[in-house]
Design a protein around this ligand. Sequence first.
Ligand SMILES: Cc1cc2nc3c(=O)[nH]c(=O)nc-3n(C[C@H](O)[C@H](O)[C@H](O)COP(=O)(O)OP(=O)(O)OC[C@H]3O[C@@H](n4cnc5c(N)ncnc54)[C@H](O)[C@@H]3O)c2cc1C
Length: 291
Amino acid sequence: MDTHFGRYIMGAREGAPSFSAYGNVGTIALTAEPRNAEELRAAIEVLSRECAFDIVGRATDTLFPDGLYDAAVLTTRSMTGAEFCGTRVVAAAGEKLPLLAGKAAARGLSGLEQLCSIPGSVGGAAVMNAGAFGREFGELVEWADVIEDGRERRMSAEECAFRYRSSALGGKVIVVAVALRLGRSDVRDVRAAMDEFCARRAATQPTGKSLGSVFARHDGTSAGWYIERAGFKGAKCGGAQISSRHANFIVNTGGGTAADYLSLLRRVRDGVFAHSGVRLVPEIKALGGEI
Ligand SMILES: Cc1cc2nc3c(=O)[nH]c(=O)nc-3n(C[C@H](O)[C@H](O)[C@H](O)COP(=O)(O)OP(=O)(O)OC[C@H]3O[C@@H](n4cnc5c(N)ncnc54)[C@H](O)[C@@H]3O)c2cc1C
């Protein structure tokens, strides 16, 4: 297999870090990290011929297994950049959402203020239809360029079928770039709004290593409400802990493993079901296994 596409391939080396934003330590056998659409196409072509592979953006919503993950992972995180034309911006899949929001603000373009501290990539935000403070990423999307079964095509916002924390993107539909339509505003107003949303987040969410919200809302009610009522705030499993600040976050208190994270997640899910009859659905993704 020709593995020399992209910037580097991370081999199964002892101690090589996993990408997990939750901070557990592991090793990925093979990592492809294309820097642009052309390298992405090449990576997909080679990997599709040779083996099954997972795709991640910045992996801020994805739990990596502990130890060796004996599989290939393609990350778009080095596919960065954004081109602005009037109120439209076309951003590469790996562009960091906070960075894009900052670039938009500097041009007096509004729309991304509520999403400015979601740490993922543009591709991940599109797949997940990431949202915060009443704004969803999909609301801004005009189209997405994707590769599906080796073929490139442009999907309209309608085809992307954005729903609460999901879309028709992802899986075999690999996002290459996304076009967003923003609004005209004043630089100072956009920056002031961003500061306000950042402050609101800082006041309510933990700062430790985590994957953000563990579970999706249930019938419009936050999962944290159910978790707190079932008495799990502060509950621990090894190095994983339900944040005492926000019950829908599992934070790594040091040395937390994926196994700790998943044990705690399942304990909470079962406990909430026993307490209120509600089966919470995980929002996070996990490589290499069922949640
Ligand atoms: C501290 C913290 C706060 C967070 N706050 C929020 C929040 O307020 N709102 C919110 O919605 N989320 C939040 N998240 C979760 C996460 O940041 C978002 O879901 C983000 O959009 C995921 O982007 P990513 O690039 O990290 O995706 P990843 O974790 O890399 O991937 C997520 C999913 O998208 C797929 N994917 C990623 N890129 C591509 C691509 N190019 N093509 C096809 N599939 C792809 C992956 O296969 C996976 O299924 C938070 C996370 C953290 C750690």
